[in-house]
Design a protein around this ligand. Structure first.
Ligand code: ADP
Length: 425
């Protein structure tokens, strides 16, 4: 699927870039050909004018004669022009040939005036550009001048350009295709990673749901078997109820992670004093710790510290961390909340002297479904989602969660939230 998408991206990239390249090359070639031909024609016109200016009209009585002796190219007295002219011809006003250089022309002038491109002739292997002009002097027609030059000087550089483009364009297209393939790969990588994470998440969630689900099915089958005592039936129903509760908690956590994927609903946000949130929680967990024979201490912010947040989510994050602290701390050990402000940040540390986390496990504990000791964590009622949820809550509030921990010594989780000024009511 990803390779197909990558191929499609590369294909469309090559097609669009290739299309632009071919268009650009065609425009470049067209302009170059037009400009070179224009310059060539201008030079041909100039030569024609120089040749025509050498023609002289001699009148004897009523007789008019044209003297071409001093006309360049045509006359023998003339200086030779340094040009690529293949032939020059002079026709009388009656369009009969009078004088010429180069190959032998037809006796009568073809009535096509101006510039023409002719196929190769015996005088030239390439195309020939021919100019035919009527020549006037003081309003009187002296005759017609026809000159022609080989287009080789235009054709040769254009041939070179065509060769360059014919080799360059496909080579560039190949490079574009390769670049498209590489860029497609880079573009697809985050999508592929996200897809793999989603697949992993779905597989993990299904795996987690399978255990309580099979407990429900097997206990229901046992309870339905005849004969079954009332006690056995009660035990089965209790297991079913527990499994249902487990599934409920898991589904609730999964829904939580899915619900807040995009961002926070703005209507739930408010300015809250963190001490107001922490104090009831500290009371609740102090009582729980007492029941578990653990020591519990709490140091709140010395002055009211405000954050702009969704209070239920911040409370949920604190509950997850305090639950873990109690769960992974043996009796006789201590748990503590310690709050301080650092610049514009409010810091809440949740510290315990419990079992701690090994250094190589630390980078993974915020991953979904990651548990350090699966059996132990499951027995403690954990799914490996608690810290992932805390991290998601922190990200939603532009906050941060960090951890320091040492095996058998204890852990410290720190929530860092941006503080705001209190709202005036
Ligand atoms: P769980 O619901 O399984 O506790 P969490 O995401 O909350 O999942 O925690 C992930 C893992 O991190 C747990 O399996 C546990 O091993 C470890 N962990 C979390 N908090 C603590 C703590 N305070 N002390 C020791 N280990 C902890």
């Amino acid at each position: 699927m990803f390779n197909q998408s990558r191929l499609n991206l590369a294909r469309w990239f090559t097609l669009s870039m290739g299309g632009i390249l071919i268009l650009f090359a065609s425009i470049l070639y067209g302009r170059e050909a037009r400009d070179r031909l224009h310059l060539f024609d201008q030079a041909l016109y100039s030569t024609g004018e120089v040749v025509a200016s050498g023609a002289e009209e001699i009148i004897y009585g009523n007789l008019q004669r044209i003297d071409l002796e001093s006309a360049p190219l045509l006359g023998s007295d003339s200086l030779h022009l340094n040009t690529h002219i293949l032939y020059a011809r002079w026709y009388t006003p009656e369009r009969q040939i009078l004088q010429f250089t180069g190959n032998i022309p037809a006796n009568t002038l073809d009535p096509n005036f101006g510039i023409q491109t002719l196929p190769s002739s015996e005088a030239s292997t390439g195309l020939v550009r021919q100019l035919t002009l009527p020549v006037y002097r003081q309003g009187r027609l002296l005759g017609y001048l026809q000159i022609a030059a080989s287009l080789d000087s235009v054709e040769y550089p254009l041939r070179q350009l065509r060769l360059f483009l014919a080799l360059g364009v496909p080579t560039t297209l190949l490079i574009i295709a390769g670049t498209g393939w590489i860029l497609g790969g880079i573009a697809m990588q985050p999508i592929q990673d996200a897809y793999q994470r989603l697949q992993q998440f779905t597989a993990d969630a299904s795996h987690e749901l399978r255990t309580p689900l099979s407990a429900i099915v097997s206990n229901a089958q046992v309870a339905l078997m005849e004969p079954v005592s009332l006690d056995e039936q009660t035990a089965c129903l209790q297991t079913i109820a527990d499994a249902g509760e487990t599934m409920g908690t898991l589904v609730e956590r999964l829904l939580f992670l899915a619900r807040y994927q995009g961002g926070l609903p703005t209507q739930g946000l408010q300015t809250i004093n963190l001490n107001d949130l922490l104090k009831p929680l500290a009371n609740q967990y102090a009582a729980e710790a007492r029941d578990r024979a653990q020591e519990f201490t709490a140091t709140f912010f010395p002055t009211p510290s405000y954050v702009y947040a969704e209070p239920n989510l911040i409370r949920q994050a604190l509950i997850n961390l305090l639950d873990n602290a109690l769960r992974y701390t043996p009796p006789g050990q201590s748990i503590g909340i310690y709050c301080e402000s650092q610049g514009a940040k409010a810091l809440i540390h949740i510290k315990d002297t419990g079992i701690g986390i090994a250094e190589d496990e630390l980078p993974h504990i915020f991953e979904r479904f990651y548990r350090v000791n699966k059996v132990r964590s499951r027995q403690a009622g954990g799914y490996g989602l608690g810290l992932a949820i805390v991290q998601q809550i922190m990200t939603l509030h532009d906050g941060q969660i960090t951890v320091t921990s040492q095996l058998h010594i204890g852990s410290q989780f720190t929530l860092r939230l941006p503080m705001v000024k209190p709202q005036r009511s």
